[in-house]
Design a protein around this ligand. Structure first.
Ligand SMILES: *[C@@H]1O[C@H](CO)[C@@H](O)[C@H](O)[C@H]1NC(C)=O
Ligand SMILES: *[C@@H]1O[C@H](CO)[C@@H](O)[C@H](O)[C@H]1NC(C)=O
Ligand SMILES: *[C@@H]1O[C@H](CO)[C@@H](O)[C@H](O)[C@H]1NC(C)=O
Ligand SMILES: *[C@@H]1O[C@H](CO)[C@@H](O)[C@H](O)[C@H]1NC(C)=O
Ligand SMILES: *[C@@H]1O[C@H](CO)[C@@H](O)[C@H](O)[C@H]1NC(C)=O
Length: 195
């Protein structure tokens, strides 16, 4: 039984549309709770909500990954005395992994917190009732990315200025461009098979 010649075309097109739409990454509950909590906190101060920033989220994930094997103590995360946070020698590499560099991230802020079991109530107060609240109530921040690993949860806030946008210069649409090329090839090959 021969398939009608063009019956595959809509299928391929659908496939392309699926491929090119934003990858659906489900935030885990702890991250979503914190996101909501921070925005509720900002709303209570009459500040605009922070929007999600994917690159900041990527970077927060990388930082959380660096922290994940460190135990929570009274000197880690939100309890850290400013200036004594561990710094990672591979910081630039972590930025690169997320297609970022110092020029588009230096105005942002990275806030790690360590909470056993990521207890949602403690996680939120670690941000809103610590030194971090000074960042969270700041009007200059407009975006946020949250990542977590183990007992660590990291929030990265971004600005709408070039120095803290967390928007990669060149790579912005790389993924969707690759997607497009891939789809065009697929359609072409698909048609060759059908002819
Ligand atoms: C937020 O705005 C409302 C209405 O304009 C006002 O009553 C309230 O005092 C404001 N709260 C803060 C924290 O500024
Ligand atoms: C951390 O906790 C230990 C024991 O509970 C205490 O001795 C130490 O002073 C604390 N350090 C700080 C910086 O609070
Ligand atoms: C960051 O990336 C941009 C464009 O990719 C480049 O022009 C700039 O020099 C880079 N900055 C640093 C500090 O590497
Ligand atoms: C932050 O979390 C720790 C648990 O790691 C908790 O002991 C502490 O009370 C929390 N701090 C705030 C301000 O909520
Ligand atoms: C923001 O938070 C900091 C630190 O908690 C506080 O000192 C400052 O008064 C707060 N500013 C506003 C506008 O709420």
């Amino acid at each position: 039984m021969a398939l009608p010649k063009f019956s595959l075309l809509p299928v391929l097109l659908l496939f392309c549309i699926l491929l090119m739409s934003e990858p659906v990454k489900c935030d885990n509950d702890e991250e979503d709770n914190l996101y909501q909590g921070i925005n509720n906190y900002r709303a209570s101060l009459n500040l605009t909500a922070l929007t999600k920033n994917k690159n900041a989220e990527c970077f927060a994930d990388e930082i959380a990954d660096q922290f994940k094997n460190q135990p929570c103590t009274n000197t880690t995360g939100a309890n850290t005395v400013p200036g004594t946070e561990p710094s990672f020698s591979n910081y630039p590499d972590l930025l690169t992994k997320c297609h970022l560099n110092v020029s588009n991230t230096r105005d942002g802020a990275v806030m790690p917190a360590c909470v056993p079991g990521l207890d949602p109530r403690l996680v939120l107060t670690n941000f809103t009732q610590s030194l971090y609240s000074g960042n969270l109530n700041d009007t200059k921040y407009t975006g946020i990315g949250i990542g977590s690993e183990g007992n660590w949860i990291v929030a990265t806030v971004t600005t709408n200025t070039p120095g803290g946008s967390f928007v990669p210069y060149n790579c912005a649409n790389l993924i969707s461009k690759i997607g497009l090329v891939y789809c065009l090839m697929l359609l072409l090959v698909g048609n060759l098979f059908l002819l």
